[in-house]
Write a new protein. Structure first.
Length: 98
């Protein structure tokens, strides 16, 4: 799995979550297999999203869609207070320790 990691400053988590939920079909069509939405415990004005894709190319394609169609559209991203920071990650190691 390849992960598109997004860290974004937001004005209001509930508004962000409504906007995120409205893009569920877009994520599915782009190949997202699993996602996590997390909130930093020390920063309520931020959100961290990890979107898992089967391939790097799908993650790159979706990131391009976000940069060109979603984030510039104020109706779809009015909860953002600045540009998101992004990285595409590939697994290096994963292990259960229980």
């Amino acid at each position: 799995m390849t992960t598109l990691h997004i860290e974004a400053p937001v004005t209001d988590f509930d508004l962000f979550k409504r906007q995120f939920d409205r893009n569920a079909e877009l994520r599915r069509e782009a190949g997202v297999r699993h996602y996590r939405v997390q909130r930093p415990v020390d920063d309520p004005a931020a959100v961290v999203i990890d979107l898992d894709f089967p391939t790097v190319e799908q993650a790159e394609g979706f990131l391009n869609t976000m940069r060109t169609k979603i984030w510039p559209d104020k109706e779809r991203s009015s909860s953002l207070t600045g540009p998101p920071r992004t990285r595409i990650l590939e697994p290096a190691e994963e292990k259960d320790v229980t």
